[in-house]
Design a protein around this ligand. Structure first.
Ligand SMILES: [Zn+2]
Length: 410
């Protein structure tokens, strides 16, 4: 009879072990999206901000969850819907009336002693609806990002629906987005340099006359190839002065931003019959044996001389002429500060000012200018910055942006 007690410690340890395992299983992972601040997550899961922060391995200056990072949260089995108002004009009473909820219940829920307590600049949680709470820029109903974990060298965009037409100033790490409005639809575009090193830059959005909203955004490293280039003959004869003058002239073109997108579909490749992609955008480059301190500004398609080069999407021809470094050149303005360029062409089939449709012939592959063989160099600029055109295609950026501005992409 007494021997039975000898087994007690064993039973207890099994229970403890079982309990430990149970705890390990009741966490869940959550990808951080715009507006997932500690305040918003705290309301959403019914957890204290302290508990949330303790579980977070991505500390940053702002002390907020980083967009695109993953949170491991204790699983409470609860998830609440509602909205968070940071600027509750008129105080809690007026806010409760506007949202048809009881002032006393709202006060109780938000930890206030009574509905007359001052609430200025204190976020108020209004339960209800079907959406989890997010902390958005004032007047924003939605805020989406084109990528949650972008790489340097990519075009990035945000899109939003606002409660009424709003002008915004938006920036990433101090670099300004090109912003475009269409009524309550809002879109911002930016191009990120392929040598950009900040891996947790701050996304900041300021609606006109409203407080600044910001949240850090997780970047990941790019995966670059390496090219060694040796120029000989006619290509080697192009001078540094010619290269600089040409770039200055093109920068003038690329800095014009028209507010209407000319494209109506996703972009397609500008060349169908190519042999191989001979150099990718962002490839680290060494010229004539020098250091790898520059990179490829576009994508090279090796192809036979005379192969058709076509418009990837609708636009207006911004330039069509031979240049010293780029050789036979065509540049298309697609609107919203998006430009595509086609270089080293042996023949040009476009006129400045002409509009083109996707698939229209604009030139033929050649090896004119600073070139070591027949190929198409295709470059792509967003907000004045070279970006990876193939990533733009793969990520369906054109349609994503159109949908953001017009509510749909046909
Ligand atoms: Zn190239």
């Amino acid at each position: 009879m007494k021997r039975w007690f000898l087994f007690l410690p064993l039973i207890t340890s099994i229970l403890l072990f079982g309990n430990g395992r149970l705890q390990a299983q009741t966490t869940h992972q959550r990808l951080v999206r715009p507006g997932d601040t500690w305040v918003a997550l705290s309301w959403r899961y019914g957890l204290s901000q302290e508990t949330l922060r303790a579980a977070y391995p991505h500390p940053n200056l702002q002390n907020q969850p980083v967009i695109g990072s993953v949170l491991t949260l204790p699983d409470t089995g609860r998830e609440f819907t509602g909205r968070i108002l940071r600027l509750n004009e008129g105080g809690l009473l007026a806010t409760a009336v506007r949202h048809q909820s009881s002032p006393w219940q709202l006060a109780l829920l938000n930890g206030l002693p009574h509905p007359y307590a001052p609430t200025l600049y204190r976020p108020l949680f209004i339960p209800g609806g079907t959406e989890p709470p997010h902390e958005m820029p004032v007047g924003f109903e939605t805020l989406e990002l084109s990528q949650l974990t972008p790489q340097p060298g990519q075009a990035l965009a945000f899109r939003a629906v606002t409660s009424q037409p709003t002008a915004v100033a938006a920036s990433l790490d101090g670099m300004m987005f090109d912003s475009f409005e269409n009524g309550r639809y809002l879109v911002g575009l930016i191009g990120i340099d392929d040598f950009y090193t900040n891996r947790q830059p701050e996304l900041a959005i300021q609606p006109e006359g409203q407080p600044l909203w910001s949240q850090p955004w997780q970047f990941i490293d790019g995966d670059w190839t390496y090219n060694q280039i040796t120029y000989t003959g006619a290509a080697a004869a192009v001078t540094q002065e010619q290269i600089i003058a040409e770039r200055a002239r093109l920068t003038e073109i690329w800095s014009q931003t028209s507010p209407i997108p000319q494209w109506t579909t996703n972009f397609q490749l500008p060349i169908a019959n190519y042999l191989e992609i001979s150099s990718y955008y962002g490839a680290r480059r060494s010229y004539n044996g020098g250091p790898y301190n520059s990179s490829h500004e576009g994508t090279d398609f090796a192809a036979y001389g005379g192969t058709a080069v076509t418009a990837p999407a609708a636009g207006t021809i911004a330039l069509a002429e031979p240049l010293a470094a780029r050789g036979g050149a065509v540049i298309i303005d697609h609107g919203l500060g998006v430009y595509s360029g086609y270089y080293h062409l042996s023949a040009i089939h476009a006129e400045p000012g002409q509009t083109v449709q996707p698939g229209d012939l604009i030139g033929e592959v050649g090896t004119t200018g600073l070139s070591t063989g027949n190929h198409l160099h295709w470059d792509f600029l967003v907000a004045g910055q070279w970006v990876d055109a193939l990533a733009w295609l793969e990520q369906n950026m054109a349609c994503w942006i159109l949908a953001g501005l017009n509510g749909r992409c046909p």
